[in-house]
Design a protein around this ligand. Structure first.
Ligand SMILES: Cc1cc2nc3c(=O)[nH]c(=O)nc-3n(C[C@H](O)[C@H](O)[C@H](O)COP(=O)(O)OP(=O)(O)OC[C@H]3O[C@@H](n4cnc5c(N)ncnc54)[C@H](O)[C@@H]3O)c2cc1C
Length: 423
């Protein structure tokens, strides 16, 4: 038997890939990461501080809930978290008001959720239990949450997953990494290199082949990397584009039962925080919800940066698929103009930097993050089976309550490395 260390190729230098790589390299494995982009981080995408005045995030931004792996890493990296503080507002088409979180039917909702035994899609759950006109506001707010927050389709999204997410008080605390998620990725990438991990950029993996116990990983440019085992951490839509050995291909088919949603994110930096100057009562505004084309906006509270971030998630983002980044910025300005009763020009005059990404157009993400259908837990079980030389990892494989997050990706990477090391 060879005494050479096992060579593991990890496809993708996002949170999951880097986390798995560090664990494996620390335990003495030889690790190579092949990354399609020219940077680490994947769906963590720092924007230049020179443009926005701080390390803004074009992808993941918030740390949701307890997130133990993320918080552990933040401490290890000597970084810190800042909790979000402030008030939430909404615009009903006529006026702005403080968002009233309590719905008179909340107790009924909780009772119906608790009584649910078999999983059904959220839309069906609402039709079954809350079809009456008196529930219209609650239905709208749940659909808005499922589409906007989870980027999911209510006709397919799992009610049990939603129950887990809500009942755990998952959204109770939200914070940001001071210095942005990019600082965490920098730390992880440095750790990987310190432990001897080779990170190769610009390698778009197109095929994984298996012959006589040896594995060959092929990149679009013609490079071939031989190894003993592969961990695939690419986002679900990219999985379908990589040719896999038969056993792995059969497992990968289970991914069809995991939802994958899209997000459009827009950042606008202004000369001054005009929303506060014009309306003092919005001084500590965090989130602002509306039914405009770009329906959700938030500030950097408690930080003072004069930046508004627009967010549109879920299946209806397809309606804006023909818009380029400038057209998305214009759509964002129009939405803000309507909410604040101003003209687009009034607001545009103050813009000093902008960035807009429709994540469905990103060639190495093809969307934003995964969400659970009633069949997802079973699909994740199939994908996570370590019964061959190709393993799957990444946010979509995470079986906890906060699927589709950075925490999910880090925890999944850690779990996959653990499976190999316990081997
Ligand atoms: C707009 C947006 C906002 C978000 N907001 C939040 C948030 O506030 N909080 C939160 O916790 N999460 C958020 N998320 C989700 C979070 O970013 C992801 O869940 C997490 O970063 C996924 O990490 P990953 O390692 O699983 O995948 P990725 O980060 O996608 O890493 C996979 C890597 O594989 C690479 N790759 C793809 N195809 C190939 C190929 N063929 N060959 C080689 N490499 C390839 C990709 O370039 C990428 O670097 C957000 C995501 C988006 C898009």
């Amino acid at each position: 038997m060879s005494d050479k260390p096992e060579h593991i190729v990890i496809v993708g230098a996002g949170a999951a890939g880097l986390m798995a790589a560090r664990e494996l390299a620390r335990a003495g494995r030889r690790v190579t990461i092949l990354e399609a982009r020219e940077r680490c981080g994947g769906r963590i995408h720092p924007l230049p501080a020179s443009q926005f005045g701080y390390a803004a995030d074009g992808g993941a931004e918030f740390v949701h809930g307890e997130a133990p792996v993320t918080r552990g890493l933040v401490r290890e990296a000597n970084l810190s978290l800042q909790d979000i503080e402030g008030t939430q507002w909404s615009f009903d088409g006529t006026r702005l008001s403080r968002e009233d979180r309590d719905d008179p039917h909340e107790a009924e909702l909780h009772a119906a959720l608790n009584a649910l035994k078999d999983d059904i899609p959220v839309a069906e759950f609402l039709r079954r239990h809350f079809a009456g006109g008196e529930y219209a506001r609650m239905r709208r707010s749940i659909e808005r949450m499922v589409e906007g927050y989870d980027a999911a389709d209510p006709e397919r999204a799992s009610t049990l997953a939603l129950r887990e997410e809500w009942m755990d008080g998952g959204h109770a605390t939200q914070g940001r990494v001071v210095g942005g998620y990019g600082a965490l990725i920098e730390f992880l990438a440095a750790e990987c290199r310190r432990h001897g991990v080779a990170i190769r950029f610009g390698c778009v993996v197109s095929a994984i082949e298996e012959a006589g116990g040896a594995i060959a990983v092929r990149c679009a440019g013609g490079d071939v990397h031989g190894c003993d085992r592969v961990i695939l951490t690419v986002p679900l839509p990219l999985l379908r584009e990589i040719a896999l050995p038969r056993g792995a291909r059969e497992k990968a088919a289970a991914a069809d039962n995991i939802g994958f949603g899209n997000v459009i994110k827009i950042l606008l930096r202004f000369q001054r925080p005009w929303w506060r100057d014009r309306r003092g009562y919005l001084a500590d505004m965090t989130f602002l919800l509306s039914d405009e084309t770009i329906p959700v906006w938030w500030t950097q509270r408690p930080s003072e940066h004069p930046v508004l971030t627009g967010w549109f998630g879920g299946p209806r983002t397809a309606e804006l698929s023909t818009l380029d980044p400038q057209a998305l910025v214009d759509a964002g300005l129009d939405s803000l103009a309507t909410v604040f009763g101003l003209s687009r020009e009034d607001i545009a005059r103050d813009v000093v930097a902008s960035a807009a990404t429709n994540w469905a157009h990103d060639p190495f993400a093809r969307g934003a993050y995964s969400w659970a259908t009633p069949q997802t837990r079973e699909a994740q079980g199939i994908l996570a089976r370590a019964d061959g030389p190709v393993l799957f990892s990444g946010e979509a494989l995470y079986r906890g309550a906060d699927m589709g997050t950075v925490e999910a990706a880090l925890a999944s990477g850690l779990e996959t490395a653990g499976i190999i090391l316990r081997g």
